[in-house]
Design a protein around this ligand. Structure first.
Ligand code: SF4
Ligand code: SF4
Length: 267
C-alpha cells in the first residue's frame, strides 16, 4: 500500500473538476493518472524525471480535493512530493518596507502601484518590492521556512497589506499574513472583477493555468488551459496580475486592476 493508492485506483471522479486535466486535454494530467505514476515511482518502476513531469502538471488549485467524494488530500500530497523532486533554489532576500502610510503594497514589477494608489486615495502608501514574487516557486520546500519567518517579521504586524498577484498572495497566506486585493482598498470604475484562485471567488474554472508549478514546468499545457478558460470567461478585468499576464500570453484581451488604477490616476 502507498499513500497514492486511493487516487491511483479511483475511477477518475475529479477529472472534470481539475483545470489542468480538462483544459489541457492530456490524459497524463488527470489527477488519478498523476497518482498512478507517482505510485509506480514509489515502487521503483518509473524514473524520477517522469515523476517530476507528472507532479508538476498541477496548479495547486485544490479543486480535486473539493470535488472528491472523500476529500482525499491529493493537493497536499502533490506539494510534498514536488518539494522532494524539485531542487531548492534560494529565493531573493526579502526587502525592507519603504515609505510612510497605512497601506503596504507588494509591488511585483516595474509599475509603481504604491504611488498610483497614493494618488487615488490622497494619502501616503508604503511599498515592499519583490523581483521573484516573494520566492513563490519555492514556497513548499522545507528550506523556505526561514524565508517565511523573515516575511512574517516584515509584514506580520501590518494592518493593511495590499496585493496584486496570486503568487504573492499564496506566499502571504502560507506565512499567516492577512492581505487585501487592490480593488478591496480603492473603488475603481470597472466591470465586475474576476477574483483570484489564490482567494476564492467567482471563476469559470478553478484556475486559468497561470499558477505554479504548471506555468513554469509545462508552458504549453498552461497555454491550453488558459485558452479553454478564456472561452468560458465573461469579463475582462482580473484582480490577479498573474492571471491577467498569463491570459494575455494566451491571446486574450484582458487587463488587471493595476491598469485600471493607472488610467484612473492618469499615469
Ligand atoms: S482526489 Fe478523490 S476523486 Fe480525485 S482521484 Fe483522488 S480519490 Fe479520486
Ligand atoms: S490541485 Fe488542481 S490542478 Fe492539481 S491535481 Fe488537483 S484539481 Fe488538478
Amino acid at each position: 500500500m502507498t499513500a497514492w493508492d486511493t487516487c491511483a485506483l479511483c475511477p477518475r471522479l475529479c477529472r472534470s473538476a481539475c483545470p489542468v486535466a480538462s483544459g489541457s486535454g492530456r490524459e497524463a494530467s488527470v489527477p488519478a493518472t498523476i497518482a498512478w505514476v507517482l505510485r509506480e515511482w514509489e515502487h521503483g518502476r518509473v524514473s524520477e524525471g517522469d515523476a517530476r513531469r507528472v507532479a508538476t502538471l498541477c496548479t495547486d488549485c485544490g479543486a480535486c480535493q473539493t470535488h472528491c467524494h472523500i476529500h482525499e488530500p491529493l493537493p497536499e500530497r502533490l506539494r510534498r512530493v514536488r518539494a522532494a523532486l524539485i531542487p531548492f533554489v534560494e529565493p531573493q532576500p526579502i526587502g525592507e518596507v519603504e515609505g510612510d502610510g497605512e497601506h503596504v503594497v507588494v509591488e511585483v514589477d516595474e509599475r509603481p502601484v504604491a504611488t498610483w494608489l497614493a494618488a487615488s486615495v490622497g494619502r501616503d502608501v508604503r511599498r515592499l518590492v519583490t523581483s521573484d514574487h516573494l520566492g513563490a516557486v519555492q514556497m513548499h520546500h522545507r528550506a523556505f521556512e526561514s524565508h517565511r519567518d523573515v516575511l512574517a517579521q516584515r509584514l506580520g504586524r501590518e494592518a493593511s497589506v495590499v496585493v496584486t498577484d496570486g503568487r504573492v498572495a499564496r506566499v502571504l497566506r502560507s506565512a499567516g499574513i492577512a492581505f487585501r486585493w487592490l480593488h478591496q482598498v480603492v473603488t475603481l470604475p470597472t466591470d465586475p472583477i474576476v477574483g483570484s484562485c489564490a482567494s476564492p471567488g467567482e471563476r469559470p474554472m478553478a484556475c486559468c493555468g497561470g499558477a505554479e508549478p504548471l506555468r513554469s514546468h509545462h508552458p504549453e499545457d498552461a497555454r491550453r488551459v488558459g485558452e479553454r478558460f478564456g472561452q468560458r470567461a465573461v469579463t475582462s478585468t482580473y484582480a490577479d496580475g498573474a492571471c491577467a499576464s498569463h491570459l494575455r500570453e494566451c491571446g486574450l484581451q484582458v487587463v488587471d486592476v493595476v491598469e485600471v488604477l493607472r488610467q484612473e490616476v492618469g499615469a
